[in-house]
Design a protein around this ligand. Structure first.
Ligand code: ARG
Length: 584
């Protein structure tokens, strides 16, 4: 049970004792983490809330509650300000939790009480277009969520829903037949596909009469033309192998790659079913789903306010020309995941501009009686130093491959400066861990909804909330153990006396609460921020409390704190998909 839950369990009867019949039926006190340690570790405002209703003095009520709770083995209690209840955990409690953590592979993180089947839909780039730096957000956030949910004991299915059936294939097919360079395709297929796509795109702008020709190629593909299907298959295969290379470098892997094309056969029957059930109807030749009027207008994704009036915005599932849309595919995909995979939850890690799309999809499913924990895990943009969308000097979108290559190269320079004598082979592995780690941590330490500036110097700095800082902290802790002479046996119980020791133990014990909380709102930055605070607590401890020069029980306790710090840092970073080198 979490510490807040344990406190709440004691608080409920104490409130009853203090208030008697004045306690509203079903009232559940909530204990929250204090933002400032001066107010203890946890706080509760129940006395203030209830005093108002019971017309009592809130501080007097708070005192009555404290008296009713009696002696608490885990914490001391005090009243602050107008009637807050503050709980300050005792050093002996931290000590006993920390000793328990030493024996626990899960480092105090409880497994989920009810494991769920969670599908995480992330990365999902479009075929024959480069995976650009914007996709990095989805890829890195999605992978971290998958790792954390798995660690919590959920049955996680990761699915790369690549865009392998979009309208871009019209242009690619025409380009393949007319302007493809076979040699270039053999040398660097992804680049050649991209060149073809870009060139046809430009040509179409110059000569609009080319557009219907491309469109005809797309229609041929969609109706099963053998030649076009063969070209399409090669494009998808080439793109996939290029993507795999990037994912390998990132150490990110998927259970499935069920792209849009996997659902082609399901689209027509799905739309027919929706027409038959009356859910979808014809409007201007297209088949659409409109609001069913259940939701309040402001919550209804099929309505938009214009000049004070609510106007319908339907979800189109079949165009007037018979073609299906992104929405149709997503409905079919959601059906498959809930029916075949029995998903309880589906989390889509996709940029904020697609919010309306997902609100409509989830609401159509509600109308069809398909429910679950469906979430659009949205995120903002990555900006350049000019605070505009991140671009190369020539104005192109930045390719993810280039970003990763540059990250590793720049990390190499950091290592050269720090450890000029590191052997070449180790240097390469460490540069990789530091460079890729820096890019991942820069992403994961941000609130996902904020736009953030991509800044090489900042993300590779050895100070501040960066991967290199955390990796370096870990290396420091490990180096203590390399210097331990003789016995470094860990103690049965810990003795904590110095403030810095107590604070480090407090931070370590919080790990078990932080990890599960990340999934509440899919916020890996909560874990990243915690790990940074933990590393800082370690550094303060290390400055204030000699470890190797201390003796006896004090030394053993301090070594235990170091051991736990290194385990939590390593496990925490692993949950973010970041590798910790032993040296750097
Ligand atoms: N391919 C889409 C894009 O790049 C993202 C797909 C996200 N997943 C989904 N099920 N719609 O914008």
């Amino acid at each position: 049970m979490t510490i807040p839950a344990r406190l709440e369990e004691k608080l409920a009867p104490a409130l009853k004792a203090a208030l008697g019949d004045a306690l509203p039926e079903g009232f559940a006190p909530a204990v929250a983490v204090s933002q400032d340690l001066r107010f203890g570790d946890y706080q509760c405002n129940a006395a203030m809330v209830l005093a108002k209703q019971a017309r009592m003095n809130p501080r007097a009520l708070a005192q009555a509650v404290i008296d009713a709770m009696g002696d608490m083995p885990i914490c001391t209690m005090e009243i602050a300000g107008p009637g807050f209840l503050n709980f300050r955990l005792k050093p002996e409690f931290f000590a006993s939790c920390a000793s328990a953590m030493l024996q626990d592979d899960r480092l105090g993180v409880p497994a989920a009480a009810e494991p769920k089947t969670i599908v995480i839909d992330f990365s999902a780039p479009n075929v024959a277009k480069p995976m650009h730096v914007g996709h990095i957000r989805s890829t890195i956030i999605g992978d971290a969520l998958a790792r954390i949910a798995r660690f919590m004991g959920h049955n996680v299915i990761t699915d790369n829903h690549i865009g392998d059936w979009g309208t871009q294939f019209g242009m690619i097919l025409w380009g393949w037949k007319n302007i493809l360079n076979e040699q270039a395709l053999a040398d660097n297929p992804i680049e050649e596909l991209l060149r073809v796509y870009k060139e046809v795109n430009a040509l179409c702008k110059e000569k609009p009469e080319l557009l219907p020709v491309c469109k005809a190629e797309l229609v041929k593909l969609q109706s099963g033309d053998a030649e076009n299907l063969a070209i399409w298959e090669r494009c998808v295969a080439v793109s996939k192998s290029g993507l795999e290379k990037i994912y390998d470098q990132l150490d990110i892997h998927f259970d499935y790659w069920l792209g849009e094309s996997a659902y082609n056969d399901a689209l027509a029957p799905l739309v027919d079913e929706m027409i038959a059930s009356g859910l979808a109807r014809e409007s201007e030749g297209a088949i659409c789903v409109f609001s069913d009027g259940t939701l309040k207008p402001q919550d209804d994704p099929f309505l938009v306010q214009e000049k004070g009036e609510w106007k319908p915005i339907p979800c189109i599932v079949r165009k007037a020309d018979g073609g299906f849309l992104y929405a149709t595919t997503d409905l079919a995909t959601l059906d498959f995941r809930t029916k075949v995979w029995q998903a309880d939850a589906i989390w889509y890690v996709v940029g904020a501009p697609q919010a309306q799309h997902f609100r409509q999809i989830f609401d159509v499913e509600r109308m069809r009686g398909i429910t679950g924990d469906f979430r659009h895990v949205a995120f903002g943009s990555i900006l350049g130093s000019d605070r505009r969308p991140f671009k190369t000097r020539s104005g192109d979108t930045v390719s993810l491959q280039d970003v990763l290559d540059e990250a590793i190269e720049r990390a190499g320079k950091v290592i050269d400066e720090k450890s000029p004598d590191m052997p070449a082979e180790e240097r390469e592995a460490v540069s990789r861990a530091v460079g890729i780690g820096a890019v991942k941590f820069a992403e994961l330490s941000q609130n996902r909804m904020t736009d953030y500036v991509f800044d090489w110097d900042k993300m590779l700095a050895l100070q501040g909330d960066t991967a290199p800082y955390l990796q370096n902290s870990y290396v420091r802790v490990r180096s203590i153990f390399r210097k331990v002479e003789g016995d470094a046996a860990l103690p049965e119980s810990l003795t904590l006396t110095e403030d810095a020791e107590i604070h480090l133990a407090r931070m370590l014990v919080r790990f078990g609460e932080i990890v599960p909380s990340v999934l509440d709102d899919c916020r890996p930055n909560v874990l990243a921020g915690y790990l940074f605070d933990l590393a800082r607590a370690f550094h303060s401890f290390y400055e204030a409390c000699p470890v190797l020069r201390s003796e006896g029980a004090v030394r053993a306790s301090r070594l235990a704190l170091c051991e736990l710090t290194s385990r939590v840092l390593k496990q925490g970073m692993a949950l973010l998909g970041i590798h910790m080198p032993d040296r750097m």
